[in-house]
Design a protein around this ligand. Structure first.
Ligand code: CA
Length: 237
């Protein structure tokens, strides 16, 4: 079971997080004092840390830097929680080594999605690189950077290639636009969610020239690669 460390001095928020994370199947450790975080992290080695920015004694930002400078701990994903919404705070949070940034008040489903994405990224980066990804007649060669449908070479742009690779490595998993933005574009650039739709459309166009549409649109949610029956939930994008 994955353990999430909650570092938050406001008890109401800490309890809300604990309740929802445990309901979602995670184990939690709560720490309310900044100066107890390092000892707790070293003792329990959490899978991910939710780190509040505004803490007494030592700020979340300082803690983030300390954790990132510790070779044993530096790979633990950190999501900063903060009431600050300014872009410059986001930049300093990310440059201090946070993997992601969530502004309070946050929506629980969104936070859970971010946690999932950050945990998955750790597991995919530590897994050995795979050369070929296959789904039905679609084949993506990650070394040669080529896509085929059956015998047909499919010409796709670099962004479409990365999207397809992500979808192929997790067939039938639904990715929200935010997941795709984070995984494909990274969290250091600001890209509109609608941009995802544009690239999905291009990818579909390129792939569907040679076979059926396996990209599923889940209205108001996101996309997945699926050999589904075409149903009414499929929106037009
Ligand atoms: Ca706080």
């Amino acid at each position: 079971m994955e353990t999430i460390m909650i570092v938050e001095d406001e008890q109401a928020i800490a309890l809300l997080l604990k309740y929802n994370l445990e309901k979602a199947g995670y184990q939690t450790i709560s720490v309310s004092h900044g100066n107890r975080v390092l000892a707790a992290v070293e003792k329990n080695l959490p899978s991910l840390i939710l780190l509040d920015w505004m803490l007494p004694e030592i700020s979340g930002l300082e803690l983030c830097k300390i954790i990132r400078n510790n070779p044993e701990l530096k790979n633990i994903p950190i999501i900063m929680l903060t009431a600050k919404g300014q872009e410059e705070d986001k930049v300093s949070g990310l440059s201090a080594g946070a993997d992601d940034y969530v502004t309070k008040p946050f929506s629980v489903p969104e936070l859970l999605a971010r946690i999932k994405t950050n945990l998955r990224r750790v597991s995919t980066t530590s897994a050995p690189a795979k050369k070929e990804y296959v789904f039905h007649d679609i084949t993506l060669n990650a070394i040669e950077k080529k896509v085929f449908r059956g015998e047909n070479y499919v010409r796709v742009g670099p962004t479409e290639f990365r999207i397809l690779k992500l979808l192929l490595s997790n067939p039938r998993q639904v990715f929200s636009r935010q997941d795709l933005l984070k995984e494909v574009w990274g969290n250091s650039v600001y890209v509109e969610a609608r941009t995802v739709d544009v690239h999905i459309r291009r990818l579909r166009k390129a792939l569907n020239e040679f076979g059926p549409d396996y990209i599923r649109t889940i209205r108001a949610t996101g996309y997945s690669l699926d050999d589904h029956e075409i149903g009414e939930e499929d929106g037009e994008y």
